[in-house]
Design a protein around this ligand. Structure first.
Ligand code: ATP
Ligand code: MG
Length: 568
């Protein structure tokens, strides 16, 4: 079954993929009695990024479409790196994307007791043992991809002794690293993950939820499958790098048998790789901590907090996740695909406004000094029901500096000496003169206007001119800060092939300009999106927008060209 996407964009309904096929087959065969439960399991050790959005949309989207539920579970087994700040930001990002976990908010740490009991059970069954070797010694015996490992001399430690040591590990008798608990599987397995993996380690550290209650913490592979099973997850979706861990996932649950409520199916899919970004949490943390960007929500970052601040909408990101689909093969997605999704959303849903980003004065010599008249601009060219707004016209205007060329190049149809253009929603004007300062820079452009050509009046449109440029009245324009962003990296694959991604940071990725916007924009609410005609899609900055000092970020240009003011 497929459900129509909740966006109001004219997009395909959620496309099928191999995971949906598995679920539909399970529903047909009755494997889970029609139950569909998924989970999104972030580790709270950083902010979420656009790659996580793929996983969120997949897991929550499947639950939505098959009448199931999706859990939000914090995989919090590494207390050194985890923090409440990250938990909060993750909850915030998932809700912002439009998904609701309802009652289903869980933490792996909720299961520490059960995980511990199961570990004792494994020891009891002869399926786990306490290891005395150091981490280095364990590594030495582990073997390689081409050579089998060797059994540890402690592998056949008596069960009672392992049990005793494990209990004493728990009570804090030993320092970090003195012992670990290992699953007893097969040191000759071709899969290194099955060579007696460590499942518990000693860490005398405070945990953000369990405090100092524990000084032993379970490892990811052991924790994840049991958490899934305890939550009665049906389909445990994860990225491809966990494919080699699936035998371990299954092994642990097979040992526990009916001690856990079910045995979920792990299914792997390809992670999202997006050009011109880095997505590893370690690198994102490095960028933030070394102040190479302005915090976790820097609009140039691929964090969800960052793309949100930049002006990406949840709808655009959900559309992106649907478009790129789900597959088993790793690939790269071009940043342009994400941007196109935003254009598609905002073209449909963002009201139009006018901003002059790089102003130069235009004086209409034959326009009366004190006259002002109303021009009417549609809020959306395809949606007359959105109405029109007034843009006051007067003698002295701002236009874009780039909309004038003293010596026009071939194919330039905007303003030039002796040339006529239409001022959008107003009159046809003709350039008659240019004022320059001592350095030869243009200070003002003089025009005459034709009063019979006002847009919207009978016959006004009969005279055609090639250029059509936007403008604002100097007297009514509102000063605004506008932030233009470019790619954070100059290299589409900043961290591939062992390169140091920091060497390809784009030093011109942020530009702050003093611009003018139309007066109504003082009422823009933080996070409201607009198309500034001919200049791109902008959002009122969620942190800094104020009615007396409007601040807008350019999310994306109108067409697929990057950031430069001249690109229109
Ligand atoms: P790290 O950057 O340290 O590798 P992580 O991305 O694995 O961290 P988790 O918190 O473990 O971070 O990720 C939560 C979930 O999001 C996991 O199920 C993971 O598979 C998925 N995920 C992470 N990155 C991507 C990505 N680029 N594309 C799709 N899913 C992803
Ligand atoms: Mg991970």
């Amino acid at each position: 079954m497929k459900e129509k996407s909740e966006t109001n964009l004219h997009i395909e309904s959620t496309p099928s993929n191999f995971i949906r096929n598995i679920i539909e087959e399970d529903n047909r065969s009755g494997k889970w009695n029609g139950r569909v439960e998924t989970r999104f399991p972030p580790e709270p050790n950083g902010y979420l990024h656009i790659g996580h959005a793929k996983s969120i949309c997949l897991n929550f989207g499947i639950a939505r479409d098959y009448g199931g539920v999706c859990h939000l579970r914090f995989d919090d087994t590494n207390p050194e790196k985890e923090a409440q700040e990250y938990v909060d930001s993750i909850c915030d990002s998932v809700s912002w994307l439009g998904f609701d976990w309802g009652q289903h908010l869980y933490y792996s740490s909720d299961y520490f007791n059960q995980l511990y009991q199961f570990a004792e059970y494994l020891i009891d069954c002869g399926k786990a043992y306490v290891e005395s070797l150091s981490a280095d010694e364990i590594r030495e015996l582990r073997g390689t991809l081409t050579h089998p490992g060797k059994n540890s001399p402690f592998r056949d430690r008596p069960i009672a002794e392992s049990l005793d040591l494990f209990r004493r590990m728990k009570t804090g008798e030993f320092p970090d690293g003195q012992y670990v608990l290992r699953a007893k599987i097969d040191m000759a397995s071709p899969n290194i993950n099955m060579r007696d993996p460590v499942i518990y380690r000693i860490r005398h550290v405070h945990h953000q939820r369990t405090g100092n209650q524990w000084c032993i913490y379970p490892m990811y592979d052991y924790t994840h499958c049991i958490s899934d099973a305890l939550e009665r997850i049906t389909h445990s979706l994860c990225t491809l790098e966990f494919e080699d861990h699936r035998p371990l996932y299954d092994w642990v649950l097979d040992q526990l048998g009916d001690k856990v409520p079910c045995h979920p199916q792990q299914i792997e899919f390809a992670r999202l790789n997006l050009t011109y970004t880095v997505m590893s949490k370690r690198k994102l943390i490095e960028l933030v901590e070394n102040k190479l960007v302005d915090g976790w929500d820097d609009p140039r970052l691929s964090t969800l907090a960052g793309v949100r601040r930049r002006g990406f909408t949840p709808r655009a990101i959900r559309l992106f996740a649907e478009r790129i689909g789900i597959s088993k093969a790793d690939s790269w997605i071009d940043m342009g695909v994400l941007e196109d999704c935003l254009r598609e959303d905002l073209n449909e849903n963002a009201p139009r406004r006018i901003a002059v980003l790089k102003p130069v004065k235009l004086i209409i010599d034959n326009y009366p000094e004190n006259l002002q008249e109303d021009c009417f601009a549609p809020n959306h060219p395809q949606k007359p029901e959105w109405g029109k707004r007034i843009i006051p016209f007067s003698k002295i205007l701002y236009i874009e500096r780039d909309d004038f060329m003293e010596v026009p190049t071939k194919g330039y149809f905007r303003l030039a000496p002796g040339v006529e253009v239409r001022l959008r929603y107003a009159f046809i004007v003709k350039c008659v003169q240019v004022d320059k300062n001592a350095q030869g820079d243009i200070e003002a452009i003089h025009c005459t206007y034709d009063p019979d050509t006002k847009s919207g009046t009978p016959g006004a449109e009969s005279r055609k001119v090639k250029g059509n440029i936007h403008w604002l009245s100097v007297k009514y324009a509102l000063a605004a800060e506008i932030r233009l962003y470019d790619r954070l990296f100059t290299d589409p694959y900043p961290d591939s092939g062992g390169k140091d991604y920091k060497t390809s940071l784009n030093s011109n990725s942020k530009q702050i300009i003093a611009a003018y916007v139309e007066p109504s924009l003082c009422e823009a609410k933080p996070e409201q999106s607009f198309q500034f005609e001919r200049n791109g899609y902008f959002i009122a900055d969620r942190m800094d927008m104020r009615s007396d000092k409007p601040v807008f970020n350019r999310a994306v240009t109108l067409r697929d060209s990057w950031g430069k003011l001249t690109d229109k």
